[in-house]
Write a protein that binds this ligand. Structure first.
Ligand code: CA
Length: 234
């Protein structure tokens, strides 16, 4: 049985999340603050962590930093509505996904499952990803969209490769810039928007209504998960 650590200072929310996770077949550990959360993560080695960013004493972002020093455990953060800067900071510090409060417990469980799936998929070497009509052969550097071979610049290819290696994961502009150029400077982050625009023009049947590369408002971009980009009824 997989174990999820829930770090949340509001007891009602923690109990609700625990009930839904247990119903979904997970074992659950609860911690009411960052310090006991870190101690539980260290001692019990959970399979994933759900972390509220608004915690007393140690701030949630500091908890992510501390967790990431010792382990690659998947982290899903809970953030307050409208707090996009916390979402971006959380992802850049190494959180894997976020859910905005108030949230649906069902959606949270689905996100935890998706993160666990991505971790397992990332552990297997992937050299080809197919999403709808998009076929990316990472080993051969070959991309087809709707059966037609698409020519990409090296930067566009690296950007697409980063997105397709972890379908569904939300990347911030800083993370994408770091992936394609090996560094991230805030002033250059908008350059990613230009590359995404070019990729969409080359890959998307309708670049104005993208099916493959999703914009995550205020945060960054994600590749639609396989199956999610299918035509209705297909
Ligand atoms: Ca809180």
């Amino acid at each position: 049985m997989r174990t999820i650590l829930v770090v949340e200072d509001e007891p009602q929310i923690a109990a609700l999340v625990r009930d839904y996770l247990e119903h979904a077949g997970f074992a659950v550990l609860l911690a009411g603050d960052g310090e006991s959360g870190l101690a539980a993560a260290h001692a019990q080695r959970p399979d994933a962590v759900i972390l509220d960013l608004g915690l007393p004493a140690i701030d949630g972002l500091d908890v992510i930093r501390a967790l990431r020093r010792g382990s690659p455990v998947p982290i899903v953060v809970l953030t307050a509505r409208g707090d996009e800067s916390d979402r971006v900071a959380g992802l850049e510090l190494g959180a894997d996904d976020y859910v905005v409060k108030p949230f649906s417990p069902k959606e949270l469980v689905a996100r935890v499952r998706a993160v666990l799936r991505r971790v397992e998929a990332a552990a297997r070497p992937t050299d080809r990803v197919v999403v709808g009509d998009l076929d990316v052969d990472l080993g051969r550097h070959r991309v087809t969209a709707g059966g037609r071979v698409v020519t990409l610049t090296p930067t566009e290819f690296e950007l697409l490769a980063t997105l397709v290696r972890e379908p569904g994961r939300v990347f911030t502009r800083g993370q994408l810039l770091d992936a394609v150029h090996g560094f991230s400077l805030e002033t250059y982050e908008r350059a990613i928007d230009g590359h995404v625009k070019n990729l969409r023009r080359k890959l998307e049947p309708d670049p104005g209504a993208p099916r493959y590369i999703r914009t995550v408002h205020g945060v960054g971009y994600a590749l639609a998960e396989p199956g999610a980009a299918r035509e209705p009824g297909a």
